[in-house]
Ligand binder design. Sequence first.
Ligand code: FAD
Length: 462
Amino acid sequence: SVSVALFTSDLRVHDQPVLRAALDGAERVVPLFVLDDAVLAADFTAPNRAAFLADCLADLDASLRARGGRLVVRRGDPARVAALLAEQTGAAAVHLAAGVSGYAQRREDRLREALGDRLRVHDAVVTVVAPGSVVPAGRDHFAVFTPYLRRWEQAARRQPAAPPRRVSVPAEVRGETPAQVRAALAAAGAGEPSPALPRGGETEGRRRWHAWQAAQLTGYQDHHDDLAGDATSRLSPYLHFGCLSATELVGAAESVRAAGAAPGPGAEAFVRQLAWRDFHHQVLAARPDAAHDDYRPHGDRWEADAQEVAAWREGRTGYPIVDAGMRQLAHEGWMHNRARLLTASFLAKTLYADWRVGAAHFLRLLVDGDLANNQLNWQWVAGTGTDTRPNRVLNPLTQARRFDPQGAYVRRWIPELAGVEGAAVHQPWRLPAERRAALDYPQPIVDLSAAAQRFRHGRGLY
Ligand code: FAD
């Protein structure tokens, strides 16, 4: 007998319940990935993620080949491709991980229409806890993180599944060649990828996880906000594409125990970040419209100046800490979380631009760009989302002093300021006039206190 394992955001062989279930029920399996025409045509497929995805698919193919199988990649509409393949191979079942976005939910509906009860959907593959499985009384999702976290910590968890030893694929099933896959992705993500993009794939993700866990996990709680220290895991793109299983990471982190007792504070803080990931996924699953509409309607009061927004995008606002973050994003397709918070706050609350404008720019560049995490973090920062203090405004100078006290992050990303010592780099306008004039760096484009006033006045308090 044959079954199909349809891969989506779960491009791995370790802890892969979809592949596991397909193998359990059949002698031969078709590990299938569909280059979905609708996704390839959408703005969402940007060069950085297309390049990373090509690496992920090549790596998954190699892992399956090492087990006697291979990855079958086809192009088209996933429902049609899967139905045709099921017919050709006589497959009794098509296994799939439950998705979260509106698009993933519609894809699942179309697959069910095409396949009927041959479709088997598996929960808690993308997240640790399945969206909708922990809910407050009388509601379909949690809107506040802390009570969610308490329930999340107590929720039953899947045991990570062992990787398969052997995968046997029907010989007659053909797909695109690796060169065709790379070419299709390069064409879809029209444009050049960022110069310092990480390599994609499960093998690289596991290597990074093991190295980071050994060196940095136990100190994570003290260093995760240190911009120059760059001490976070940088695993987000691997989690986005499912090269790593969040369930496996949580289990491994929790097993790092201090003196045989509870997991240390580093592991606890890291696990809490993965709970944030689940939190945003359960919000989006219940409210797919939150990818584009305000989660909390607040009226349309944004009033951006197009030139100011362009300066923000290009990293020349005249606020070095903001510009450093935006330049890191362009160069690496990734930005430190603290920099995401302060650059997003600057756009939404200081420049008073619609969060969607900023979220779209991030999605064009982030290699971890993810509808749930990006849109809902943006809404959180803009005050239209789940922040219980929606009117807080992050002052970039205060942020700079706290999280880049020596100015090293700014000097790394803004070569024009590389010669300015210490924390003085955060306020180039305060340098002696002659020194200031010699720097090829812009004056601040807005006055911070006037901007904060405009925000508070403009949108009013909840
Ligand atoms: P670590 O600090 O090592 O954390 C481990 C993992 O926890 C991350 O890889 C990520 O999967 C998860 N995580 C950490 N913080 C958050 C968070 N606030 N929300 C949800 N999950 C989190 N993350 C994305 O994965 N994709 C996005 O598109 C994205 N857009 C963002 C936009 C804005 C405006 C903000 C403020 C945050 C955004 N984040 C996004 C969340 C966070 O900034 C990144 O997950 C994190 O910086 C990735 O780096 P890391 O892997 O080193 O994180």
